[in-house]
Structures are given as C-alpha cells and as structure tokens.
Design a protein around this ligand. Sequence first.
Ligand code: PNS
Length: 172
Amino acid sequence: MRVAIYPGSFDPITLGHLDVLRRSLGVFERVVVAVLVNPKKAPMLDVDARVAAIVSGVKEALPDLADRVDVRPFAGLTVDACREVGARYVVRGLRAVSDFEAELQMAHMNHRLAPDIDTVFFMTALEYGYLSSSLVREIVRFGGDPTGMVPPSVAERLVAVAAAEETPVRVR
Ligand code: PNS
C-alpha cells in the first residue's frame, strides 16, 4: 500500500491544505497528516485542537476520502515520523515560486537523512494560492472573517480562541 505523510504546523489547517490533501489521495492510498509539536513556538491552537480541527475539516471538506486519512501529532524529525507510520513519501504543497526554495532545501535534507524517502509536491489550486495559516491567524485576531479560508468548524473555533485571547492594543 502506498502511504504518504503530510507534515505541517497546520495552525490552523486551511482550505489550501485540504486541497493538497485531496490531490495527494489521488496518488496515495493512505495519507497520514502529521501535526508538528514544536516546543519553540507558541501556536494559536494547541496540538490537540489542531488535530481535532483537521479531523473535522477532513470530514466536512473531503467526506468521501476521510477513511483514507489519519491525523496524528509528531515531535522530532519528519523522516522519523515517516518510519513510525510506514510512509515512503512526504507530501508538501507549493502555492507559488516563493515556496520553492525552502521546500527544495527541506526535500533535499529529508532525502539526505533518509534516502529511501521521497518528497512529492502538489500545486495548490490557484484560488487558494494566497492563503496561509499565518494570514488567517492575523485576520481572525483583528476581527476579520475567515469564512472561505478554513472549514466552517475551524472558523468557529478560531473566532472563539481569538476572543479568549488578550484584546490587541488599538491606537486611538
Ligand atoms: O507547515 P509548516 O510549518 O511549513 O511545516 C514545516 C514542517 C513541519 C514540514 C518542517 O518544519 C518539519 O519537517 N519539521 C520537523 C523537523 C525536521 O524534520 N526537520 C528537518 C527537515 S528539513
């Protein structure tokens, strides 16, 4: 069985990520979405909330494919997470040429660490090419509406988390 891992921070998962996941399921029989636990970063959604957001987002956006998707947290190296789940492929999305340099470096590094593991890139749909998790977080934190950028349940969750955070300082 062809198994791939789709690693990322997913803080939060966006419709662009889900588009890449959908495309990857056209090639791989099973895809494990691996959510990075990075102790050096303070995410907007903690890891359990990110995993829950992905599980519900996959059910909402890709109901017919959900049974071929696993979601799990990981800490450490992506290649080690690959070994744990038996994946020989790493899936990543490319939105624009600007993504390419960093992605190429990561793909080469992962290949150096684990020569039997290859990275496979999928082009994010044009309509999501402008989307990023960091922009979504910024929009929500300043009271903007993330509808159409993330799945509905994730939008609700983000708005609630932003409301519970400290109010941003406003210039009078
Ligand atoms: O969603 P992101 O933040 O672009 O994902 C980056 C991620 C998680 C794929 C990358 O930071 C990663 O693979 N981290 C795990 C640590 C690792 O394996 N580092 C060496 C790869 S170059």
